[in-house]
Design a protein around this ligand. Structure first.
Ligand code: FE2
Ligand code: FE2
Length: 285
């Protein structure tokens, strides 16, 4: 049986999120034994996918950060409702080889809703979709996914879906829908809190309601408490700021897929915590 491993990281939020991801990928490449001993990751993943909708100061993705994440070795970048927040994305999205915006935006919207990425002769389709419950009123993710499955299956049966949605029930129902269509792995994103419900669904689709986020640990889904509190308590407009408290985490899942059947055989939650205060002291020492 031959297998591939996919590391998927949930919404990267600002600089602390980028630093946590850089730290994790760096350790996978140079200190895999340390991660193994921590019971975290014991293989170098064949594909790394990350959701980048909040990677630049919590809102969108600048050209500079796009390049930084490309150079880090991330193979595909999914996104969500915040992908348009940095206006420069409209300029570079057409040239990006890795960025994916949700498929169920109208056709006139720039960018692509899925990509087929190829490494070592293995093709993996990565699809990004937005949910509709408590989200912008966009096209049906159900219809859009159903429409493109045939086209994708002509190229590969290995299919990964990032479903960016708010409501748990919609995510679960969409996960089962993906499973019924022959999708290999489904990861929910957008709510930023990792759920402990990873499993393999009946037809072999790996599933987690939310993969979690990458960002500051002591924060409100990556943002500072003070601003969040003020907005929620008073309903007055205020800008959210990314929290930067020194401790950050990278959350996601590691999915193992059997390449012959295109079914998943394992899904494991990942939570990598880095105390940058300690790391800095180590460097100074
Ligand atoms: Fe997000
Ligand atoms: Fe989002």
């Amino acid at each position: 049986m031959s297998e591939i491993n996919i590391l998927f990281l949930g919404d990267i939020v600002g600089r602390p999120g980028r630093r946590a991801v850089i730290d994790l990928i760096g350790k996978i490449n140079t200190e895999l034994d340390t991660l193994k001993n921590q019971g975290l990751i014991d293989v170098v993943p064949d594909f790394v996918i990350a959701n980048v909708e909040n990677a630049s100061h919590g809102f969108g993705l600048t050209r500079k950060n796009h390049l930084e994440l490309c150079e880090l070795g991330i193979d595909a970048m999914t996104s969500g409702n915040h992908i348009w927040d940095k206006k420069e994305v409209f300029e570079y999205i057409k040239d990006s080889q890795k960025l994916i915006r949700p498929l169920n935006y109208p056709d006139s919207v720039p960018g692509v809703g899925y990509r087929i990425i190829e490494k070592n002769g293995i093709k993996l389709a990565v699809i990004n979709l937005l949910g509709k419950v408590f989200m912008p009123d966009i096209d049906s993710p159900w219809n859009e996914l159903e429409k493109i499955m045939e086209e994708i299956k002509k190229e590969t049966d290995l299919i990964f879906v990032d479903f960016h949605a708010e409501a748990t029930a919609e995510k679960m129902a969409f996960g089962y829908f993906c499973d019924s269509l022959g999708v290999s792995a489904f990861c929910g994103t957008h709510t930023h809190v990792q759920t402990a419900d990873e499993r393999i669904l009946v037809n072999g689709c790996a599933y987690v309601t939310d993969a979690g986020f990458c960002g500051a640990s002591d924060a409100v889904i990556g943002m500072e408490f003070d601003n969040s509190y003020k907005r929620l308590r008073t309903y007055l407009p205020d800008r959210f700021d990314v929290a930067d408290t020194g401790v950050a985490e990278a959350n996601g899942v590691l999915v193992t897929i059997d390449t012959e059947t295109a079914k998943s055989v394992a899904i494991k939650r990942i939570k990598h915590v880095v105390d940058f205060n300690k790391e800095n002291k180590k460097m100074e020492g």
